[in-house]
Design a binder for this molecule. Sequence first.
Ligand code: NAP
Length: 281
Amino acid sequence: MAEASKKAFVTGHPIAHSRSPKIHAYWLAKYGIDGVYEAIDVAPEAFAEFLQTLQAQGYRGGNVTIPHKEAAFALVARRDDAAEQIGAVNTLWFEDGELCGGNTDAHGFAANLDEYAPGWAAANGPAVVLGAGGAARAVIHALKQRGVSDIRIVNRTLARAQELRDRFGAGVSAHGLAETGELLGVAGLLVNTTALGMHGNEGLSADPDRLPDRAIVTDIVYVPLETPLLAAAKARGLRTVDGLGMLLHQAVPGFERWFGIRPEVTAELRQMIIADIGAIK
Ligand code: NAP
């Protein structure tokens, strides 16, 4: 059988849990593209060499996930603005023979809110971001890009929140957990980026009862789809947005670069991934 003409990948360590192959396979079939998207487990010590062999193996590029995002940032020849701001690369492609790196997580976050809470970025109070890890960086970049001028980061380890405040500058402040209740009282948007509420890590990171009625609540954790935070916010009558759309939308720019078509995030795709989450948590 002739080899498929267009090849891309996702690499991480481990990688078996990744839903990216299902997302890209759906689009390849939908648009009738002769291409493949493979999951490749690469150990950290082998990552640099893996990148060097990509072109020889016929890859047009791929996605990079935990724990390789920072290494990819350091190893690419060129980066897009989002990657520079976030300090991590999740999408690779070639331009003029050079390996380029971008970050599409911020795009995914904003596009998900655009779809399910249109007008979200309008000034209706500060944005409170729970967590100060890698995902929080992408969220903060997206918020700044969309003109949110008051971003309050709350983290268990205050020093990590302060690092992000220093990184992102004007309009960003850092807070410890003890301030959460007070911050919620004025928040227009609450974003959970901590692993709290993830399957096997139950627990509420903040009490939505303290939020104003106008607040929007989103959680970037999507296993379970309805986290304890979203359930409590919904029960309180607030607008909520789950984290699955971020995953789906962050995949769009990479697919377009490698396969030449800007794919659509359809209801059918979303249902397919929800079924997969239900089958294998
Ligand atoms: P990370 O870099 O490891 O950061 C984890 C964050 O969670 C840190 O702020 C950490 O606080 C906090 N945290 C963890 N356990 C906690 C606890 N028991 N109590 C209070 N805070 C706790 O992880 P990440 O890469 O940012 O990812 C975070 C989550 O986002 C993951 O669940 C991931 O699956 C999800 N995610 C979703 C998408 C999407 O497309 N929807 C994209 C990226 C990530 P400390 O600093 O104090 O440790």
